[in-house]
Design a protein around this ligand. Structure first.
Ligand code: PMP
Length: 407
C-alpha cells in the first residue's frame, strides 16, 4: 500500500537509526524542483557546461574498447591508473609527492567521510566541526552516534582561539575529541576560506592537542580570484586525512572521490570500503581516468570558474540591491555558496513554506548545525541558476522577507 506513514518496524531498528527523522524540509524540496521555482537550495554543479557530446563519445569508447575491465569488478582500493591521476591532480593544488599507494578511491567524497567515521568514531565520541558545517558530514557523524561540537568561523574561516577553547571544553567534560572535520577552502555552507596564517595556527593547535584532521576539499579548484591557499595536507603530512571528489570538477553522477591517508591506516580503509561497497565502480573510475587523460579538463575548470564567478557576482549584487536592512552575507572567493544572516526576528525554517509559495527556495541554516541552531541563517547556491534567475530568486526572497518583517 502506498501513502501510509505507519512504520511497524520502529522497535526493531538499530540504536543508531532511532535518532533519524525525515525532515519536513525534504518534502519542501520536492516542490522546490518544479521549474517555476527558482531554486537557490541545491549544491549542483552546472553540468550543462560540460562538452556532453565528447563525454558521451568517450564513454562509448570506454565500453567498446575497455569493456573487459571497465565493466568488470575492480579492486577495493581503486584502479592504479586513477590513483596515479589523482596524485597528479593533488600536485596541482600543492600536495606533492603523494603515493598512489596511499590513495583510496571512494564512491564520492561522501563515502570517504563515512569510511573515516567508521574508522575512528565510537558512539559518544566527539568530533569538532565548523559551525555551520556540511550537512552530509553531519549525517555521517550522527549515524556513527558521535557528538558534534561546532567551532565558530568569521570571514577568515575557523577561529583558532575558538578551536582551542572547544578542545579544552571537551577535555573538561572528561572526553577527548577524535578529530577536527574541516572544509578550509570555499566552505560549504559558509563560503569562507581559512587564511594562510590561520591554516598554520589550526595545524599547530591540532598537533599540540593530538587531534587528527579530516580535511574535506571538494571546491579548492573552483577559485574566482587567484589560486586558493594550499590545503592543510600540503603543509602537514602526519595526522591529516585529505578527502576530495570529482563531483565539482567533473561530474557528481559518476560518484568518484578519494581519501589520501597516512600509509599506516590505508589498509584498514580499504578493508572497510570492501565491506561497504566491494569496490568503487570500475566504469566510473575508467570514465574519470579517460577524462583526465584525454580531455582538456583544466580548461573546463577555467570555464566553470568564469561561469560561477559571474553568477556569484549576480548574487552579491542582487543581495546588495534588494535585501532588507539588517541582512548580512558572506563574500565567497570561490565555490558554490553564500551564507546569509537574516534581520532580527526572521526564522529561515519557518519562512520556507512562504518562500516556496513565492516560488523561491533556499536551505534553512538549521540543516548545517547538529544542535538545531541556525534559524537566522540560510544557504544560497549560485552555481546552478543563470544570473537572471539568481536575480529573480533574490528579488522574490527579499519580497518574502519584507512581508515577514511587516507582520
Ligand atoms: N563534502 C562537501 C563539503 C560537500 O559539499 C560535498 C558535496 N556537496 C561532499 C563532501 C560530497 O560530495 P560527493 O559525494 O558528491 O563527492
Amino acid at each position: 500500500m502506498t501513502g501510509t506513514t505507519q512504520d511497524d518496524y520502529t522497535d526493531r531498528y538499530a540504536r543508531r537509526v532511532r535518532g533519524m527523522t525525515t525532515s519536513e524540509i525534504r518534502a519542501l524540496f520536492a516542490v522546490a524542483s518544479r521549474p517555476e521555482v527558482v531554486s537557490l537550495a541545491g549544491g549542483s554543479p552546472y553540468i550543462a557546461a560540460l562538452p556532453l557530446d565528447a563525454v558521451g563519445e568517450m564513454l562509448n569508447q570506454l565500453a567498446a574498447e575497455q569493456g573487459a575491465s571497465s565493466l568488470q569488478y575492480g579492486i577495493g582500493q581503486g584502479t592504479v591508473d586513477l590513483r596515479e591521476r589523482i596524485c597528479e591532480v593533488m600536485a596541482l593544488s600543492g600536495i606533492s609527492g603523494a603515493s598512489p599507494d596511499d590513495v583510496v578511491v571512494t564512491v564520492g567524497g561522501q563515502q570517504a567521510l563515512d569510511l573515516l567515521a567508521r574508522l575512528f568514531l565510537d558512539p559518544g565520541d566527539v568530533v569538532l566541526a565548523e559551525g555551520p558545517s556540511y550537512v552530509g558530514a553531519l549525517g555521517v557523524f550522527q549515524a556513527a552516534q558521535a557528538q558534534v561540537t561546532h567551532v565558530p568561523m568569521d570571514d577568515e574561516g575557523l577561529i583558532p582561539a575558538a578551536l582551542e577553547e572547544a578542545i579544552a571544553a571537551t577535555e573538561r567534560s572528561g572526553k577527548k575529541a577524535k578529530f577536527l572535520y574541516t572544509i578550509p577552502t570555499f566552505q560549504n555552507p559558509a563560503g569562507v576560506t581559512l587564511t594562510d596564517e590561520r591554516r598554520e595556527q589550526v595545524l599547530d593547535i591540532c598537533e599540540r592537542a593530538g587531534l587528527l584532521v579530516v580535511e574535506d576539499d571538494p571546491y579548492g579548484m573552483l577559485s574566482f580570484e587567484g589560486e586558493a591557499p594550499r590545503p592543510l595536507r600540503a603543509r602537514r603530512r602526519e595526522g591529516v586525512f585529505y578527502v576530495s571528489t570529482f563531483s565539482k570538477t567533473f561530474a557528481p553522477g559518476l560518484r568518484v572521490g578519494w581519501i589520501l591517508a597516512p600509509h599506516a591506516v590505508r589498509e584498514k580503509l580499504v578493508m572497510m570500503s570492501e565491506a561497504n561497497v566491494l569496490c568503487p565502480s570500475a566504469f566510473a573510475q575508467g570514465a574519470v581516468t579517460q577524462y583526465l587523460s584525454t580531455m582538456p579538463w583544466q580548461e573546463q575548470i577555467k570555464v566553470y570558474r568564469e561561469i560561477y564567478r559571474e553568477r556569484r557576482d549576480a548574487m552579491l549584487t542582487s543581495l546588495r540591491d534588494l535585501m532588507p536592512p539588517g541582512t548580512s552575507w558572506t563574500h565567497p572567493t570561490g565555490g558554490l555558496f553564500v551564507w546569509a544572516t537574516l534581520p532580527e526576528g526572521l526564522d529561515s525554517k519557518a519562512m520556507m513554506p512562504r518562500a516556496i509559495a513565492a516560488r523561491v527556495a533556499y536551505v534553512p541554516g538549521t540543516g548545517f548545525y547538529a544542535d538545531g541552531t541556525g534559524r537566522s541563517n540560510m544557504r544560497l547556491n549560485f552555481s546552478f541558476s543563470s544570473p537572471e534567475r539568481i536575480r529573480e530568486g533574490i528579488r522574490r526572497l527579499s519580497g518574502v522577507m519584507e512581508q515577514e518583517l511587516a507582520m
